[in-house]
Design a protein around this ligand. Structure first.
Ligand code: 8X3
Length: 251
């Protein structure tokens, strides 16, 4: 039977690349994001590849909007086989003493509360069917704190803790819970972090080859295609030129 995957934050970067990978693997897709035009374009492209695709446009920070979209899925909400909790962002790179409350709230609301809102709605169907797989997109920032990472690192540490907690709570139901933790990936990530400052964003990847969104999507494809008795708990994926959150080699 065809499997259904829901991917959050599918309008760009890792989310979009993952949607394409899962489409190639034969999944029926539910894609979510804030940007309606991009969602529609992605949906059309996936449909061209023969993938049945439902797009849900909402801001994952708004619990009511998420709940309404989940309600609209009706019966299908109970039939999601794979949830990729990808939506997330770094909204600032300020030291803690000058951080902006709104940036902090945006990261906490998206990276932690957004993940929880969606998961809480999808998990009961997985429990009912005694099967399912949740892949949380974490980060090297979920394992290490680094200068000016403060709240972003805290939200990704929370994703790590939630992944472990979910895995324990869902153990009796045969539900797989995994996380993938990338280092530097060349997406809109840094542009968002530096509030649209292209020069600062480009400097992050200068002199080295970062990961591409497709590298992460391929790893997710590997994780979700293991046999039923195998779960990849966590996959830490770094560019060859990055040894840790703080050590990189630039030419
Ligand atoms: C993205 C990677 O190194 O900027 O989560 O924290 S990093």
């Amino acid at each position: 039977m065809q499997k259904t995957a829901l991917v959050t934050g599918a309008t760009s970067g890792i989310g979009q690349a993952t949607a394409f990978q899962l489409s190639k693997m034969g999944y029926e897709l539910i894609i979510t994001g804030r940007r309606a035009e991009r969602l529609a374009a992605l949906s059309a492209e996936l449909a061209e590849q023969g993938t049945s695709c439902t797009s849900l446009c909402f801001d994952i920070q708004k619990k009511e909007a998420v709940d309404q979209a989940m309600d609209e899925l009706g019966e299908r909400l109970q039939q999601i086989d794979l949830l990729v909790n990808n939506a997330g962002l770094a909204a600032t790179a300020e030291p803690i003493q000058s951080g902006d409350w709104n940036d902090w709230e945006r990261m906490i609301d998206t990276n932690v509360k957004g993940l929880l809102t969606i998961s809480r709605r999808i998990i009961p169907g997985m429990i009912e069917r005694r099967s399912g797989h949740i892949v949380n997109v974490s980060s090297i920032a979920g394992k290490e704190a680094y200068a000016n990472g403060n709240v972003y690192c805290a939200t990704k540490h929370a994703v790590e803790a939630l992944t472990k907690g979910m895995r324990i709570d869902l153990l009796p139901y045969g539900i797989k819970v995994s996380s993938i933790s990338p280092g530097m990936v060349d997406t809109e990530f840094s542009l968002v972090r530096y509030h649209g400052d292209q020069q600062k964003a480009d400097a992050v990847y200068q002199g080295l080859t970062p990961l591409a969104a497709e590298d992460i999507a391929e790893a997710i494809a590997f994780m979700v295609s293991r046999p039923p008795h195998v779960n990849v708990n966590d996959l830490l994926l770094m560019p060859t030129a990055q040894a840790s959150a703080v050590y990189s080699h630039r030419e």
